[in-house]
Every structure is written in C-alpha cells, then in structure tokens.
Design a protein around this ligand. Structure first.
Ligand SMILES: Cc1cc2nc3c(=O)[nH]c(=O)nc-3n(C[C@H](O)[C@H](O)[C@H](O)COP(=O)(O)O)c2cc1C
Ligand SMILES: C=C(O[C@@H]1CC(C(=O)O)=C[C@@H](OP(=O)(O)O)[C@H]1O)C(=O)O
Length: 353
C-alpha cells in the first residue's frame, strides 16, 4: 500500500488500523533543538478524540501519545520522531455483519477489490482514526511555525451556516461549544440539528473554514507545488472530504475582473483579499483562508441496501458508534494538515537563504 507519507522536508508517515493494537507515525525532518510542548500536542488530541461530546461517536479513547524516539530531555534531536497511540476501546463485533458485505459510500468495497483482503473491523486503515497521527504531527508542525496562527472552525452543518465574514468572528469562541462554531447562536442551531439527525439514525455533512494569519511572503513552489495546490491535496486527503476552495473560490467564477482584482496598498498589502492570500501559488502575506466540504457519514443506524461479496443486494441495519456529523472533530484535523503543508514550505524556503 503506497501513499502513507506526506511532505518533502517535514515528512509524516503513518501506520495502523482502527481496531489493531495501535496507530502511529514517524516524523522525519523536524529541526533539531526545538523544545517540544507535549501538553499542547495532547490538547490537540483532546480536540479530535472520539467520545468527547454527545454529538460525536461514543467510542472512548484517551488518545494519549507515546513518543518512542527523536525527543530527548524535552527537545527534538533531529532524528526521526516515532510515536504510537494505543487502541483501547475497539468493539469489533459491531462490524461482524459487514465482514461479507460493503457499506454504501464507505471504503469497504474498493479496499477489498484493490488489495484482495480487508480488515473490516472499524473500517481498518480507511477509518478516520488514522487522522489521530496527523494531529500529532500537525501539533509539532504548529510549534515549528510558532509565529503563524492557524484557526479552523465549523462554518456550516447541513443548510445552517454562519452568515458573517471571518473577520467579524471571535476565534476564542471556537472551543466554547461542542460544534466548534464561533458564532454562538448558529452553534446552538447546529448542535440541535445534529442531535435530531442522530436520533433518526441519519448523518449530515458540513463545512470547515480555515484562516491562517501572519504568513510570510514566499511560501509555495510553482509550478506544480503551488501553495494552494498542496493545501488542496492535504485537505482532500482527509476522510469524507468532497471539496476545497480558497479565496473567492467558486464564487469568483461568477464575478467580473473589475470586481475581483485585489488592488494594492503602497506597502504591497492588498485592500481586498479575494486571492485568499495566495497569488501564483506563493503566499503574498495576506491572510490565507479556505473552505473544506465534508460529506455526511456513510454508516447510518438505519436499514439500507448493501452489496454482498456474493454479488447480491440485501438489507442491512448499520450498527455501532458513529459520528452523525464529522465536522466538529475534523476542525483540528484541518488545522493539522494546514500546519504540515506550511511547515514543509517554510523549511524548504529556508534552504534558499
Ligand atoms: C473526524 C471524522 C470522523 C468520521 N467518523 C466516521 C464514522 O463514525 N463512521 C463512518 O462511517 N465514517 C466516518 N468518517 C468518514 C469515513 O472515514 C470515510 O467516509 C471513509 O473512510 C471513506 O472515505 P471517503 O468518504 O473519503 O471516500 C469520519 C471522517 C472524519 C473526518
Ligand atoms: C475511532 C475514531 O473514529 C471512528 C471513525 C470511523 C470511520 O469509519 O472513519 C468509524 C468509527 O469507528 P468505531 O466503530 O471503531 O468506533 C468512529 O468511532 C477516531 O476518530 O478515533
């Protein structure tokens, strides 16, 4: 199985399945001599972990990271940082009914067809549990990028959305509610809606907006490794992601150039920022902002037609502990992937100096 590593200089490789012994990773290329704030890493893990509120999966994992190498007396040594996250609360019986069948719109069918064998327990490697490793690496990448601020938040759930520009939001409120929406009236509506949907055994999609501030000019490597191209790839590699747009995004396609151009101030900053902080694939020093669209979770606690490995269609009731909506827990994942992209470009840029 290829495709388990991300990054060029700051490079993460992950391993592990949702119902195996543990997940883990190796981070290669982290600069030596950095003091690592382990509490900050654990805080990010708390934001992502299952079982954290009543509107997410009720699997209970503490997700305490065990570092095996690369950190000595609290500092990075420049050698590979190896870590594991034990799995402690698997309920593999919840998956015995799909041993010989494939859930619609999950990864069961394609994994079995591609590899000829599938760890069906908890979705195996295709489970979003793998993203715990990304959050560990992202929390370290954030420490590499200590001057850059990365804030993601839930901007919509179903058709409930924040009706304000991000500049009018208080990012300190993101963690004040279970949904991770900084507009409190909207957060309450979203939370109630997710609870309703969960009662029906159904699921709902949503979007996350990410804002990155204090970015130096010059990150991104045209022509193929443009900053927005890498951000797009990183976001689209997250489970259940269906869309990515930055700056004016798809709305820009409806505008005239005279409306869309970001006119300069004398210091090189721009009066508007429909470019989303990136021009020609390179950061221009303005805020980078983008949106990520997540589909509704595939596993429903309802009867649905499924395909069996005998090529028959049968009715099956979904079982187990699933997220009714992924966006509240995906916020730290989006931030982590953004940090991995930026840390890689930041280190690459240093090689030019
Ligand atoms: C934070 C998060 C939690 C998720 N929780 C579930 C879940 O509980 N049940 C489920 O069926 N899918 C869940 N997913 C989505 C699946 O992992 C994903 O749909 C599956 O791997 C197939 O990949 P794809 O949707 O990207 O094609 C979750 C995704 C994320 C980002
Ligand atoms: C365990 C996590 O989320 C899981 C993601 C997931 C999926 O299909 O992606 C399915 C569920 O797995 P299980 O049935 O084993 O509880 C979620 O709980 C996690 O994020 O750590």
């Amino acid at each position: 199985m290829a495709g388990n590593s991300y990054g060029t200089l700051f490079r993460l490789t992950t391993f592990g399945e949702s119902h195996g012994e543990a997940l883990g990773g190796i981070i290669d290329g982290c600069p030596a001599g950095m003091t690592i704030d382990l509490a900050a890493i654990q805080l990010e893990m708390q934001r992502r972990k299952p079982g954290q509120s009543t509107i997410v999966t009720q699997r209970k994992e503490e997700d305490e990271v065990q570092f095996l190498s690369g950190i000595f007396e609290g500092k990075t040594t420049g050698t590979p940082i190896g870590f594991i996250i034990p799995n402690t609360n698997q309920k593999s019986d919840d998956y015995s009914h799909i041993k010989d069948s494939y859930r619609p719109s999950h990864a069961d069918y394609v994994y079995e067809k591609k590899y000829g064998i599938r760890d069906y327990r908890g979705g195996g490697r295709s489970s979003a549990r793998e993203t715990a490793c990304r959050v560990v690496a992202g929390a370290i990448a954030k420490q590499v990028l200590c001057h850059i601020k990365i804030n993601a938040f839930v901007s919509s759930v179903g058709d409930i959305f924040i009706d304000k520009p991000y500049q009018d939001l208080d990012f300190n409120l993101i963690e004040s509610n279970a949904v991770r929406c900084p507009d409190l009236a909207t957060a309450e509506k979203m939370e109630n809606y997710i609870k309703e949907i969960r009662k029906e055994g159904d699921t709902v999609g949503g979007t996350i907006t990410c804002v990155i501030q204090n970015v130096p000019i010059g990150l991104g490597e045209p022509v193929f490794d443009k900053l927005h191209a890498e951000l797009g790839k990183a976001m689209l590699s997250i489970n259940a992601v269906k869309g990515f747009e930055f700056g004016s995004g798809f709305c820009g396609a409806k505008m005239k150039g005279s409306e869309h151009n970001d006119l300069y101030n004398e210091d090189g900053s721009t009066r508007t920022n429909l470019s989303g902080g990136i021009q020609g694939g390179i950061s221009n020093g303005m805020d980078i902002y983008f949106r990520v669209a997540f589909k509704p979770v595939a596993t429903l606690i309802q009867k649905q037609e499924v395909l069996t490995n005998q090529s028959t269609i049968v009715e099956q009731q979904g079982k187990g502990r699933h997220d009714p909506c992924v966006v509240p827990r995906a916020v730290p994942i989006v931030e982590a992937m953004a940090a991995l992209v930026l840390a890689d470009f930041y280190l690459l840029n240093k090689t030019y100096l």
